[in-house]
Design a protein around this ligand. Structure first.
Ligand SMILES: Cc1ncc(COP(=O)(O)O)c(C=O)c1O
Length: 390
């Protein structure tokens, strides 16, 4: 059969669809018509093999309580095996209505109030929020930035693990775009195992890998590491179905799994969204070629932006994006404060970006820009940057 060629160029109007990214612009930026390049969902249409499956199921007139079918489990098992060379078992998989809820379940199930939990800033801000809101203590292991590349401060991590029960690992990393190498993951996991620190490996961006890089699931590093690791995955980012709130948490260790599932049953969220399941099965059964095409497109957007900045506005620098569709941009050489920078971006460049400061220590002077949009949007955004900073 001929491979389908997918369209990522068409601009799709999303205004007034109750969509966070567009319909909350006035509230978030104080300006209704900024180009929204903040929230991490995509401006590409969800592929037809997913929308068709959802539409087909919607024709049945009852949308009652739903179980996770064998097709659901099989689709997850096959996807991670084929895409990530990871063999998992059905009983290792639990449902959560999103990865952040899964992280919160893990915090509840495996730690106590007052316990220390490590995050590697600058990092996806709900990590720190979830730790604090649950009465646990944030321990920062700030990433190092050397010659334009982020790495892990292992010496500091070794020290911090002495006071911690858990680490929330973003792999690949949002917002700095690192696709951690085998050596880095192994060094991090070995430190955690040695110090009895549970690794919650948030791998929601695992499929969004720039061609030439490879994602390695933390739990594949060794059996010992797998026994300490709780992995969070979802088709939500990959296939633009975040509104369907369906994720899988994979736990090999039977004792940890039992604690996790007990917590989820206690709060009655162990089973989820009918359409989320249908979409997830379709995505994982049929989505390989779509993702490959998506990431080639995203890479082209990144390359265009990077070379535009280099030639037109060289004081704005960009960190190489190895994974995700979120570019991490360094504005420090503009000499502006974070509030001046934000004002200029919104009112002169007319762009709605995510300020680096929300990602914690190390985020000052940076902005995160969502590149999962038609090329025309990227061109317009570059024009806005030139007008404001060129
Ligand atoms: C690292 C990371 N984890 C989790 C999420 C969101 O997960 P969910 O919407 O499934 O709760 C995001 C979204 O941007 C993310 O970047």
């Amino acid at each position: 059969m001929k491979e389908a060629i997918y369209d990522f160029d068409t601009m799709i109007a999303r205004e007034q669809t109750d969509c966070v990214k567009y319909d909350l612009r006035q509230d978030t930026f104080g300006k209704e018509d900024v180009i929204p390049m903040w929230v991490a969902d995509m401006d590409f249409e969800t592929p037809d093999f997913i929308t068709n499956a959802v539409a087909e199921r919607a024709k049945h007139p009852i949308y009652g309580y739903t179980i996770m079918s064998d097709a659901y489990f099989d689709s997850v098992i096959n996807w991670v095996k084929i895409r990530h060379s990871w063999d998992i078992k059905k009983e290792w998989i639990s449902f959560t209505p999103g990865v952040v809820p899964g992280v919160n379940y893990a915090i509840h199930a495996f730690t106590e109030k007052g316990d220390g939990i490590i995050i590697q800033t600058p990092v996806y801000f709900p990590f720190g929020d979830s730790i604090k809101q649950n009465g646990r203590k944030v321990i920062e292991n700030q990433l190092l930035l050397k010659n334009g590349r982020y790495t892990i401060d292992f010496e500091d991590l070794e020290k911090k693990t002495k006071q911690a029960k858990m680490i929330l690992l973003s792999s690949p990393h949002n917002p700095v775009g690192r696709c951690w190498s085998l050596e880095e993951l192994k060094a991090l996991a070995d430190i955690c195992v040695r110090n009895n620190v549970i690794i919650v490996s948030d791998e929601i961006h695992n499929d969004l890998i720039i061609p030439g890089y490879q994602h390695i699931p933390t739990a594949t590093l060794s059996d010992e590491i797998a026994e300490m690791t709780v992995t969070c995955i979802a088709p939500s980012k990959t296939f633009n179905i975040a509104g369907l709130a369906t994720s899988s948490i994979i736990i090999q260790n039977a004792e940890l799994r039992e604690k996790f599932q007990k917590f989820s049953e206690q709060i009655h969220v162990s089973r989820g969204n009918l359409f989320g399941y249908v979409a997830s099965v379709a995505a994982y059964q049929k989505g390989a070629s779509w993702v490959d095409q998506l990431m080639r497109y995203v890479k082209n957007n990144f390359d265009y932006l990077a070379s535009y900045l280099k030639s037109e506005i060289p004081q704005i620098e960009i960190i190489e994006m190895e994974a995700t569709y979120l570019a991490w941009i360094d504005f420090r050489k503009t000499g502006l404060s974070d509030s001046e920078l934000r004002r200029k971006l919104i009112f002169e460049a007319e762009l709605g970006l995510s300020p680096g400061t929300i990602f914690g220590s190390g985020g000052q002077g940076f902005q995160r820009m969502n590149l999962a949009a038609p090329f025309k949007t990227i061109e317009t955004a570059c024009g806005g940057l030139k007008k404001a900073f060129g």
